[in-house]
Design a protein around this ligand. Structure first.
Ligand SMILES: Cc1ncc(C[n+]2csc(CCOP(=O)(O)OP(=O)(O)O)c2C)c(N)n1
Ligand SMILES: [Mg+2]
Length: 371
């Protein structure tokens, strides 16, 4: 006969033990620019290493210029990227052109390096429809503003690749805040259930606007959320370009070879404000924390490493900076030279066949705009 005082034969709390040991942070290049994990060192030629650095330096300049253009009123919506170059640029660097990127609003650099002309990224920032007209053969969609929505879309794109037998992956990005959204769980679960070739990246930059990571979830890591979806999860040093490249490359290989999706958490930091719309980071974080993270800077550690191999010099870096400034100038000019969008553009871009009421409005605006 069962006794009322019978002790439970299981201990649910025990399931939380030792999770950290399974999700210890992958690092290849430490803060001093030293290789600390030879086994995980990705197979990159000297030219590729230099190209990766060039893109990160370029992107830091693009961020600085975008902030300045925004302040001058020449750009609209802009979410700063400095501090996240290893997470963003090294992950895109591990992809092939046929892979499809579904970005969040902070992920403009990845889609530009994947082929979106820079002037169109600037037009997206201005809310101009030409910014959303992705050229044929550039496998990206416009940055998503709804937090996490791109995770569900990525699962769909990935399943499409699988059904068509295409050896390509869908790669999507969200933030630490995004990992609390329903869409995040639906996306990773669906892709896991269907073995869809997706790579889900969470850039954990420690804050969702002003909400710190500690308040986001009781989970010790975001990477461990993969377990519930039955897919592999990896925590990686998101300030280390070599480690980010290595884990994304591995996840891609697994996905195209039928191994299904992977969830990757990149531990990083955004140096700037959440967006240029006016939040003040000094209200929710200290300068001590800022400087702690600046010591981990991806450009600093990669520069030291490349210099020690004789692959990078100050002269080379200055060349890249000048080239970036010049190309950004050209791109903003091209955006300025694009005809202003009209109300009729809005209408015709939304509908293939106009409903009667819009047809009337279309005629009215066409008349007005012709003057
Ligand atoms: C569904 C939804 N809820 C709320 C918002 C408002 N919002 C914009 S950014 C943001 C924080 C997102 O933080 P995180 O996912 O960590 O990304 P980060 O901005 O740090 O890159 C919120 C709540 C939104 N855009 N969409
Ligand atoms: Mg965040």
């Amino acid at each position: 006969m069962a006794s009322k005082t019978k002790k439970a034969q299981f201990d649910a709390v025990k399931t939380l033990e030792n999770i950290e040991s399974q999700f210890s942070m992958v690092q290849v290049l430490n803060e001093k620019g030293e290789i600390v994990n030879d086994a995980a060192m990705p197979d990159l030629s000297d030219d590729q290493l230099v190209e990766l650095m060039r893109r990160m330096v370029y992107t830091r300049i693009l961020d600085q210029r975008s902030i300045s253009l925004n302040r001058q009123g020449r750009l609209g919506f802009y979410a700063p990227t400095a501090g996240q170059e290893a997470s963003q640029i090294a992950s895109q660097f591990a992809l092939e052109k046929e892979d499809f990127i579904l970005p969040g609003y902070r992920d403009v650099p990845q889609i530009v390096w994947h082929g979106l002309p820079l002037y169109q990224a600037f037009l997206f920032s201005r809310g101009h429809f030409v910014g959303n007209q992705i050229p044929e053969g550039v496998n990206v969609i416009s940055p998503q503003i709804i937090i996490g929505a791109q995770y569900v879309q990525a699962a769909g794109v990935a399943l499409g690749f699988k059904k068509r037998g295409k050896k390509a992956v869908a790669v999507t990005y969200t933030g630490d805040g995004g990992s609390s959204q329903g869409d995040f769980y639906e996306g990773i679960n669906f892709a896991g259930a269907y073995g869809a070739p997706a790579v889900f990246i969470v850039q954990n930059n420690q804050f969702a606007i002003s909400t710190p990571r500690e308040k986001q979830t009781a989970a010790t890591t975001i990477a461990q959320k993969a377990v519930a979806a039955g897919i592999p999860g990896v925590l990686v040093d998101g300030m280390d370009p070599l480690a980010v490249y290595a884990v994304v490359k591995e996840a891609r290989e697994r996905a195209i070879n039928g191994g299904g999706p992977t969830l990757i958490e990149t531990m990083c930091y955004r140096y700037g404000p959440h967006t240029m719309a006016g939040d003040d980071p000094t209200r929710y974080r200290t300068s001590d924390t800022d400087s702690e993270w600046e010591k981990k800077d991806p450009l600093v550690r990669f520069r030291i490493y490349l210099e020690s191999k004789g692959l990078w010099t100050e002269e080379k870096e200055n060349e890249v900076i000048e080239q970036a400034k010049e190309e950004i100038k050209q791109a903003i000019k091209q955006a300025d030279d694009t005809p202003k969008q009209k109300v009729t553009d809005l209408i015709t871009n939304m509908f293939e066949e106009l409903p009667v009421n819009l047809q009337e409005q279309y005629e009215i605006y066409k008349e007005k705009e012709s003057k």
